[in-house]
Design a protein around this ligand. Structure first.
Ligand code: NAG
Ligand code: NAG
Ligand code: NAG
Length: 233
């Protein structure tokens, strides 16, 4: 697409800003990395979860409630969700997993014709925290309140309480599902210089199929009249 000169200058300053941000990120990563090496850890936290060994031990008095149920009502791409946990037999190694899509039961497992028993859970948590995390008296009270930041990733979410630690998880309770109002919303806009000096490329990620929605770009100076461009293929 062609962009008049004032726009181009804005584009350049934006790119410069991006380079600056990238440098900051790189520096932070390096710091985080060396920190991890000092800790002698080097293990991806999610990889410790033996989810294929999980068994169902749903308990009628254990519960997990997540709210708000509807996320992104003001157009947000990410949002903090509060999760209230109650367990009749709390233990230090109880943990709370985030699943997305929300339905993670065995109905999502691929069918096998092996004689081997299929696992009870075939998807993997995208995040987890121990129930006692910032709830030091969880082991006494059996109640915890945890916060998770969720990013719109085009599927709904649920939260599951496990006992038995990460190595022999026992599923005690599953929460209600929460989801973003518009899971297909266009996200992650990216700007790049086009093939010619006066061209700029705008790309984004959308959950919409090309037959469901007509992509377009609206552009102009902030607060002034905007122009619409149909998307080029
Ligand atoms: C759940 O709580 C109720 C009321 O306190 C109690 O009567 C019941 O036995 C509990 N269920 C289990 C499985 O512990
Ligand atoms: C919380 O549980 C973890 C895992 O079992 C344990 O390592 C940690 O010491 C506990 N923290 C508190 C504050 O009890
Ligand atoms: C899995 O979850 C779905 C949707 O909640 C439900 O209809 C189905 O009965 C569940 N299947 C099993 C095997 O638990």
């Amino acid at each position: 697409m062609s962009v008049p000169k004032p726009q181009m200058e804005e584009g350049f300053s934006f790119l410069t800003l991006k380079v600056a941000l990238l440098l900051v990120f790189l520096v932070q990563f390096t710091v985080a990395d060396s920190h991890h090496k000092h800790a002698g850890d080097g293990v991806q936290p999610l990889s410790k979860i033996q989810i294929h060994r999980a068994v169902y031990e749903l308990h009628e008095n254990a519960s997990v409630k997540a709210y708000p149920v509807l996320l992104g009502t003001k157009g947000e791409d990410s949002q903090w969700v509060t999760v209230e946990v109650a367990s009749p037999k709390p233990s230090e190694d109880d943990w709370l997993a985030v699943f997305s899509p929300a339905n993670f039961n065995s109905s999502t497992c691929p069918s096998t014709n092996d004689r081997q028993k299929a696992p009870n859970i075939c998807s993997a948590p995208i995040k987890y925290r121990f129930a006692n995390d910032s709830n030091a008296d969880y082991v006494k009270t059996g109640k915890a309140s945890l916060k998770f930041q969720l990013i719109n990733q085009r599927a709904d979410f649920s939260f599951a309480l496990f006992s038995g630690g990460l190595f022999s998880p026992k599923l005690l309770a599953v929460s209600n599902a929460v989801s973003f109002v518009n899971p297909k919303a266009p996200l992650y806009p990216r700007l790049a210089q086009g093939k010619y000096w006066d061209e700029m490329t705008v790309t984004w990620t959308s959950g919409y199929n090309i037959i469901e929605a007509v992509p377009f770009v609206e552009w102009g100076l902030k607060g002034e009249a905007q122009f619409n461009l149909p998307q080029e293929h």
